[in-house]
Design a protein around this ligand. Structure first.
Ligand code: FUB
Ligand code: ZN
Length: 650
């Protein structure tokens, strides 16, 4: 059996190698529950929605050779030509899920969908139901048409089925579709690229899965062709699709966030497989610029609704955050690749922050509804659109995010541990087992933890090679202090070092007991993030917290609450949320400013006292769990209590 994992670099091309996810089982604790909900609720829900949305019907029509393409329609009446990709992402999730464990019903349902996809393919290998049904010319709208994007997702689903199940049915379909694209715009043919990157990383993975060199060469060509203006400026400018500058030289992220993230995944994949250090460094430089000036506290990306794009550096308004769920998913995909390529744990830190606080909020706790955008503040009585509603929706006309969540959660186990020439590295904390090998001998680790709620992580070595090897455990960037014992003996823990590396001849039965202190902490924003100046956010461990109207006493308005950052928040219970959800109680003040500003929301600096307000305690909940009760105002960034003068009208 091939190694089951999403990203499988050629041996020697990256610093770290993923372990075979067949040997990793997270079956309890926080992530065990998330995986379970995804499998039992979200994925079956996805199939029903693919049917209801018409995405599956499009394949049926295409198989019959005619019918109307059904493609969403947003507020502006736009049809989305990429509904095929919703089906492929769902299939990818199912492929990985079936690799995790049999499910006869799911296998039968998915088998039907695979047959449907197969039957829609045209004799010459072309496959895109939008083009087939709408009568558009093939490959004439590369800017917006998503033909390459959809085939990219098909390829990724196909690789999942091949790696997880040894089933190549989809791979045959996908390879025929790729061959068709290659015949049109492959090496030495029409110099063209797709408006939405995706196929680049899929081609590299297909190369890794099949050994076909032409896929890697084509991926590289697509990367090298970018930045030459081949797509034109369109209605949003060439930065929108990262065609303004070569990915080899661009030092900052630009344009549509998901496009940039997917492109950079392909860039890193091409770079490591071709040993192109310059190209890899360019991706790292862009990532550094992105992380230091374009990233929300939650790890979310994208502050412009109009073009779903990065804003200017530090343009990170909480209420106007676009923060698309797919952008966060693209970010964790990129972080994983950069971790493998460089071995730097800061990418695992980014993965953790983004996964908990920007990906997971996209899904309701019950697994049946989704956010497309993930703002860090919801005002009272907001005017929202279909894409940015205040409450999660069961599906969207543009449904890129829901099945993307499904495949991301299904592959959580792929991203926990790696191996290298020195030993095994544990990057993410989740209760379960990891089986891999080192130096030809089996290694079996058992992890027990109540992360993200408690700081204890116990790793038991069940089996290990006789020779010394290094077990490395990430020390999270949020960690300030902690302690550890190895085989009962205390060892020094240097939090800023990023990892606790323990090299020894491990014996079965020995344990690492890591205790990470997890006090709640207030976090301040960079002064240039003007929209949240004078505010603080609350974090604990890997989680970002927020205050939701549902937790305020009757009559208290969220915008009247400010917080005392000198106080130490205490653990508290969250009412109306699952018992496991750990809330925090914060010392706060409620100041009713309302009437003072009634006629004009500005005032001279010279007048009147700050309302003293009333001291109170407010409950904060993990941001990922917001909007699971009645929908109401929410904010991550809370005004800091100040004494002294405040402006008000005489
Ligand atoms: O264009 C395909 C997907 O739809 C993008 O990645 C998302 O941003 C949404 O626009
Ligand atoms: Zn999306």
């Amino acid at each position: 059996m091939t190694t089951m994992t999403t990203v499988l670099p050629t041996p020697g091309s990256t610093r770290l190698r993923p372990v075979d996810a067949r040997g990793t089982r997270v079956d309890r604790g926080f992530w065990g529950e998330r995986l379970n909900v995804n499998r039992e609720v979200t994925i079956p829900h996805g199939l029903a929605q693919l049917e209801a949305s018409g995405a599956l019907g499009n394949f049926r029509h295409a198989a019959r050779g005619g019918g109307r393409y059904v493609g969403g329609m947003d507020d502006a009446g736009l049809t989305f030509p990429f509904l095929d990709s919703d089906v492929y992402k769902w299939l990818e999730a199912v492929g990985w899920e079936l690799g995790r464990g049999d499910d006869a019903k799911l296998a039968a349902d998915a088998g039907e969908v695979v047959r449907l996809v197969t039957s829609a393919q045209q004799d010459d290998g072309y496959l895109n139901t939008f083009v087939q049904l709408s009568g558009h010319e093939r490959y004439t709208d590369l800017q917006w048409g998503h033909e390459l994007y959809c085939v990219g997702h098909l390829l990724q689903a196909a690789v999942a089925w091949q790696r997880a199940l040894g089933d190549s049915t989809l791979l045959v379909v996908a390879e025929r579709a790729v061959a068709h694209i290659e015949s049109e715009m492959g090496e030495g043919r029409r110099a063209a690229i797709g408006g939405h990157p995706e196929i680049e990383m899929a081609l590299v993975e297909a190369y890794r899965a099949t050994g076909r060199e032409s896929y890697l060469a084509f991926a590289r060509t697509l990367v090298e062709r970018r930045g030459r203006g081949l797509l034109g400026v369109g209605r949003l400018g060439s930065r929108y699709w990262q065609d303004h500058e070569s990915p080899r030289t661009a030092t900052s992220p630009a344009g549509h966030v998901v496009r940039q993230m997917y492109l950079d995944c392909g860039v890193v994949d091409v770079a490591v497989e071709t040993g192109d250090e310059e190209l890899l460094q360019a991706a790292v430089d862009r990532w550094n610029a992105m992380w230091s000036t374009h990233t929300y506290l939650t790890g979310a990306l994208g502050s412009r609704h109009r073009d779903e794009a990065f804003g200017d550096p530090y343009e990170l308004p909480p209420d106007r955050a676009y923060a698309e769920t797919c952008a966060a998913i693209g970010s964790v995909m990129l972080a994983w690749r950069l971790l493998l390529a460089t071995g730097a744990e800061r990418f695992a830190d980014a993965f953790e922050r983004t996964l908990y606080n920007a990906v997971l909020p996209g899904l309701s706790l019950d697994g049946g509804s989704f956010f497309y955008t993930n703002p860090l503040r919801l005002r009272a009585d907001p005017v929202t659109s279909g894409v940015a509603p205040g409450a999660r929706q069961p599906w969207y006309p543009c449904a890129c995010c829901p099945p993307n969540l499904m495949r991301t959660i299904s592959t959580f186990e792929h991203h926990i541990a790696t191996v290298d020439g020195a030993g095994v590295q544990l990057h993410q904390f989740a209760s379960g087992t990891i089986e891999t090998e080192f130096g030809g001998a089996p290694v079996r680790l058992r992890v027990e933890t109540d992360q993200p709620w408690q700081g204890a992580v116990t790793i038991s070595v069940d089996s290990a090679p006789a020779e010394p090897w290094a077990l490395s455990v990430r020390l999270p960037a949020w960690m300030r202090a902690g302690s550890a014992r190895v085989a009962g003996q205390p060892v020094e823990v240097d939090a800023p070092s990023g990892a606790l590396v323990m090299e020894r001849a491990w014996s079965a039965g020995e344990r690492v007991e890591l205790e990470i202190e997890m006090p709640a902490r207030f976090t301040l924003p960079h002064p240039a993030i003007d929209a949240v100046r004078g505010c603080a956010a609350l974090e604990r461990g890997p989680l970002v917290y927020c205050v939701e109207q549902a937790d305020l006493a009757g009559g208290t308005r969220l915008e009247d609450v400010d917080v005392d950052i000198g106080s130490q928040p205490a653990l508290a219970a969250a009412s109306g949320l699952p018992d496991e959800v750990q809330a925090l109680a914060i010392e706060a003040r409620v100041r009713r400013h309302g009437a003072v500003w009634k006629h004009w929301p500005y005032a001279p600096t010279t007048v009147v006292e700050t309302p003293a307000g009333e001291a109170t305690t407010v409950t904060a909940i993990p941001y990922f769990s917001w909007a699971n009760r009645e929908v109401g105002p929410m904010r991550v960034w809370l005004p800091i209590s100040r004494t002294g003068k405040e402006v008000s009208q005489p």
